[in-house]
Design a protein around this ligand. Structure first.
Ligand SMILES: [Zn+2]
Length: 318
């Protein structure tokens, strides 16, 4: 029988080896040098295609490393991104689906797609019940959320940074699914993908105050909800008289917790919500982090769609 400490060492080693893309509720598809994250519960649905990309593989070069950058960027050639997208879709067996991205603007705008859009649409979530469309959101720290309605055959993809989370983008995407497809929240499956974790996501106290004004349970998503007015507990360590210390500037925000809470509030069942514990900032070997890589990094893509071919297919320009 292995001792507890031997078990602990082994699990630590596994963590450090960088192989831990899959974990409970998640599975990994490896092909052509790519490593794609999938949700076990979604992978079982026969008409559904979905996947969340990771960093390794691809033809883009970033700091001497080959990466799967799926977003157009100044540092990367357009044809590299298109080739990466082709490979990503091919590994998912989604070549026949039309990729439907968004011009993401940190808003609460939800687009409904009934056909492949001919121009790029502005917004941060999209939903459809049309076969042949592959809804996509791009992230590099923000939270990607995929939604599936197995009863009514409808899907949605959501991009939630702190602004989108504050504006309840995921709840609004669910509202759109209810309105358009008659989706019942209790039947929906949700996957919250890799994003910057509560371990690394520092925001100003003004962001905490905005959340607190919008959500009664907001304090559960911050390491400490400070307004900046509280007395500094380490006051005695510096020589300044009381009342003259600089107020604490930052707090840590757990965006995944905040979005999970919104899903529960919307009526989703806890057992139907899967949350990745991968932090983009901690795991730059596997993911992209806009913050930790000072803006020069790639984009991850999370996609979801219904198998089949779309009515008309005019490939999107951006
Ligand atoms: Zn982290």
């Amino acid at each position: 029988m292995p001792t507890n400490s031997a078990k602990r060492t082994r699990s630590l080693r596994r963590k450090k080896s960088g192989c831990a893309l899959a974990s409970k509720d998640w599975t990994e598809r490896k092909a052509r040098g790519l490593r794609i994250l999938q949700v076990c519960a979604l992978a079982k649905i026969p008409w559904l295609i979905h996947g969340l990309s990771s960093r390794p593989g691809g033809v883009s070069e970033l700091g001497g490393e080959k990466v799967l950058n799926l977003g157009f960027a100044e540092w990367d050639a357009r044809e590299n991104v298109l080739e990466n997208r082709r490979r990503f879709q091919s590994v998912l067996h989604a070549e026949s689906l039309t990729l439907c991205g968004l011009s993401q603007i940190h808003s609460d705008v939800v687009q409904l797609f009934n056909a492949p859009p001919s121009v790029s649409c502005r917004g941060d979530a999209s939903t459809t019940n049309c076969p042949g469309l592959l809804l996509a959101v791009q992230t590099a720290d923000c939270v990607p959320i995929l939604l599936a309605d197995p009863k009514n055959r409808a899907v949605a993809a959501v991009h939630a940074g702190w602004r989108g989370t504050l504006q309840r983008i995921v709840a609004k995407a669910i509202g759109k699914m209810q309105m358009q497809f008659g989706s019942k929240p209790a039947h929906l499956l949700a996957a919250i993908g890799p994003s910057i974790g509560g371990c690394c996501y520092e925001v100003g106290t003004e962001v905490a105050s905005e959340f607190r004004s919008q959500f009664p349970n907001a304090s559960e998503w911050f390491d400490e909800l400070r307004t900046g007015d509280e007395p500094n507990p380490l006051q005695w360590l510096n020589m300044k008289p009381p009342g003259h210390q600089p107020p604490p500037q930052n707090v840590l925000l757990d965006l995944r917790k905040a979005n999970r809470a919104q899903l529960l509030d919307a009526g989703l069942r806890a057992q139907n919500i899967v949350v990745s514990d991968l932090c983009t900032a901690c795991r730059r070997d596997l993911l992209f982090s806009h913050r930790k890589e000072a803006g020069t990094t790639g984009r991850l893509m999370s996609v979801i769609g219904i198998k089949g071919s779309s009515v008309s297919s005019s490939p999107q320009k951006s």
